[in-house]
Design a protein around this ligand. Structure first.
Ligand SMILES: [Fe+2]
Length: 348
């Protein structure tokens, strides 16, 4: 399971050559689009059944890896994906999935989460369950070489947000903190380098490690309001997930600051920000400013207008979606409908 870009870049060929050399038969489905809809997974399932396939390789960004997980659910259980929409966890045994990321972003190679779009309902269905953890993840920075800088920036932004949201989550533990902290350190030291030079293998490797550690952190600690807000905006306006998350990070951090200043201040160590004798609130503000600078440097927009969306309006469906999303409950500061409306409007 991959996407046309990965195929055109010759990355799928490299994996196919390895399979050829090992004597494995395979079939290539290279039609996964970003934010893959249910229909694509159904088409892939028909393709899969026609060819009598076996284990599934997801090669690409989060969309391809999640599409591989979704395909495993459909062909292993025979169920419609919509059956898992209301939070029913995926627990049935599935065919093995091998996840090979070609971006340093979602960390889907180590998470029990997948996001599939329902285009009719205009929602991103976030599905979870112990069966959704891939059997194997392969992290190879060579596969990221030549990554377009806008893709490196958008996916790096997503990974960064995973680490930060996991760090301040209500479900964070010392173990997820360690993973998230190191993820922030790796991502902050290397994201600008990979956006500037897509052939810097050392930095690409660091980004891949950082995004994977962020994935491990959020898969256990959960996420927060940035993701609760980004999903409905992505579903309604088709804005790339990483850009949408980057856009919401500042307003959400400023909203959260009063209740998690001490925790945010600790990130100064990972970011290399000297906070001297600042108290927790001032140190946390410097952390937020530093993040703003990094996200600005890699070209993350501040508003939907910067992305060409001129007709943004907060609607009830988006508010319902964000109110009911699991990350809203894990965000360090509780929020009501009007808080969410204001946060949505902050990027309008
Ligand atoms: Fe994300």
């Amino acid at each position: 399971m991959t996407d046309p870009g990965v195929e055109q870049a010759g990355i799928a060929d490299r994996v196919c050559r390895v399979l050829d050399e090992a004597g494995f038969g395979y079939a290539l489905f290279a039609k996964v689009e970003s934010d893959p809809p249910i229909e694509t997974i159904e088409a892939a399932a028909a393709f899969y059944r026609e060819r009598g396939c076996g284990p599934i390789i997801g090669l690409g960004g989060g969309s391809s890896m999640d599409a591989a997980k979704a395909l495993a659910v459909v062909v292993s259980t025979g169920e419609d994906l919509r059956a898992f929409r209301q939070g029913r966890p995926v627990t049935a045994p599935l065919l093995p999935v091998v996840a090979i990321p070609t971006t340093a972003g979602t960390g889907s190679e180590v998470t029990g989460v997948m996001v599939i779009s329902d285009l009719q309902q205009k929602v991103k269905m976030v599905m979870r369950g112990p069966s959704l953890f891939p059997k194997t993840g392969i992290l190879d920075a060579n596969l990221l070489e030549g990554i377009p800088s806008r893709v490196a920036a958008a996916t790096g932004s997503d990974a960064f947000v995973h680490a930060i949201e996991a760090f301040v989550s209500r479900k964070a533990t010392s173990i997820t903190d360690a993973l998230a902290f190191e993820a922030v350190r790796l991502l902050s030291s290397h994201v600008r380098k990979v956006v500037a030079d897509s052939h810097d293998l050392q930095s690409l490797h660091a980004m891949l490690m950082g995004s994977c550690m962020a994935g491990l952190a959020f898969s256990n600690a959960g996420l927060g309001l940035v993701h609760a807000l980004a999903h409905p905006v992505g579903a309604f306006y088709h804005v790339p997930h990483g850009l949408c998350c980057g856009m919401f990070l500042q307003p959400v951090l400023r909203y959260n600051l009063s209740v998690c200043a001490e925790k945010l201040a600790r990130l100064s160590g990972a970011l290399g920000v000297d906070t001297g004798r600042d108290n927790a609130v001032s140190a946390a503000k410097r952390v937020v400013e530093n993040l703003e600078e990094i996200f600005g440097d890699i070209g993350i927009p501040r508003t939907l207008g910067d992305l060409g969306v001129s007709d943004f309006r907060v609607n009830d469906a988006m508010l319902d979606d964000a109110m009911g999303a699991a990350p809203t409950r894990l965000n360090p500061r509780a929020s009501g409908r009007e808080d969410l409306r204001r946060l949505f409007e902050a990027v309008g």
